[in-house]
Design a protein around this ligand. Structure first.
Ligand code: TPP
Ligand code: MG
Length: 321
């Protein structure tokens, strides 16, 4: 069944916002205006957009090092995200966290994380809290194929399984952890064999097809809200850039493979689909694209106008035991 027009346009707008945000960040990293590591989400936009469309601000998400898309799809403030990436005082972490530590608790975005796999136990705790509160809210965790080889992944699956937590595991299988193919690194072979072993309902979807992700995530999240326990969604997708943005690192993935996945661009293919279906007329598509570009330009202007944090504030908001 075809999705209603508002949902279709919304899915496209979210993906395009992520794409334009990430294009800006990539340009600025390559030009040396953004320092520190930034991991681009370009190529994987359909996953964040398709999953987060089902969530309310009361639902929680936990992200990973490749987190800009998850934040945008969950409704984080792009001005404060952009300021954070530039290390500015008005950033969501006052400029002290940068790209890999963006969080916006106000919209239920509990944080990105530079430690591979670390978001999994955090999301397990968020799902336990949601269950104890009993208000049918859910938690979602985004992680890569590489994270599935971490101990925390297995511990989180086990706890979510025994406690029947309202937790959706979203594995963005882009085929690689840095340059190491998942086919080499993962003894289980198919990722879904792992949640299967923990008796967790699971499915694999074409992660570049936003409607496929939307449908599968919708069914899983309904299950969570009914209290039927956790679900696992493997989304097969691909990142376009090198592992982190840099002109100085080599991409060891086969060139033909990269080119083939770019042909399957989640954003462009969906725009074509919406035009073909008549969901959006060409003029409406153009005005949507202009609106998104303005949002990103405004976010950059906000970040540029924000000062750097003061050196004497370096220890504020820092906790240690
Ligand atoms: C515990 C830990 N081990 C290793 C690293 C270095 N590292 C950062 S990202 C990454 C690969 C992660 O791959 P995956 O989970 O598939 O996510 P992707 O980058 O493909 O989105 C590695 C090994 C790290 N940050 N943390
Ligand atoms: Mg990966």
């Amino acid at each position: 069944m075809e999705l209603d027009k508002k949902t279709q346009a919304g899915l496209y707008e979210t993906m395009l916002t992520i794409r334009r945000f990430e294009e800006h960040v990539a340009r600025e990293v390559f030009d040396g205006h953004i320092v520190g590591f930034a991991h681009s989400y370009i190529g994987q936009e359909a996953v964040a957009a398709g999953v987060c469309r089902h969530l309310t601000v009361k639902d929680k998400i936990v992200s990973n090092h490749r987190g800009h898309g998850h934040c945008i799809a969950k409704g984080a403030d792009v001005n404060r995200m952009m300021a954070e990436i530039y290390g500015k005082k008005d950033g969501c972490c006052k400029g002290k966290g940068g790209s890999m530590h963006i969080a916006d608790f106000g919209v239920g975005m509990l944080g990105a994380d530079g430690i591979v796999g670390a978001g999994l136990p955090i999301s397990t705790g968020a799902a336990l809290a949601a269950k104890l509160e009993g208000k049918k809210n859910v938690a979602v965790v985004f992680f890569g194929d590489g994270a599935c080889n971490e101990g925390e992944f297995h511990e989180s699956l086990n706890l979510a399984g025994i406690w029947k937590l309202p937790l959706l595991f979203v594995c963005e299988n882009n085929g690689y952890g840095v340059n190491t193919p998942a086919s080499y690194a993962m003894a289980a072979g198919d990722i879904t064999r792992i949640p299967e072993a923990y008796h967790i309902a699971n499915a694999t979807v074409e992660g570049n097809d936003v409607e496929a992700v939307y449908e599968a995530a919708g069914a899983a999240i309904e299950r969570l809200r009914r209290g039927e326990g956790p679900c696992f969604l493997e989304c097969k997708t691909y990142r376009w850039h090198t592992h982190f943005l840099s002109k100085d690192i080599e991409d060891l993935r086969p060139k033909g493979e990269i080119a083939a996945w770019k042909e399957r661009c989640p954003v462009a293919t969906y725009a074509d689909k919406l035009l073909r279906r008549g969901t959006l007329a060409p003029a409406r598509l153009q005005s949507l694209q202009a609106k998104v570009q303005k949002k990103i330009d405004d976010a950059f202007a906000f970040a540029a106008a924000s000062p750097y944090p003061k050196p004497e504030d370096a220890l504020a908001d820092v906790y240690s035991a």
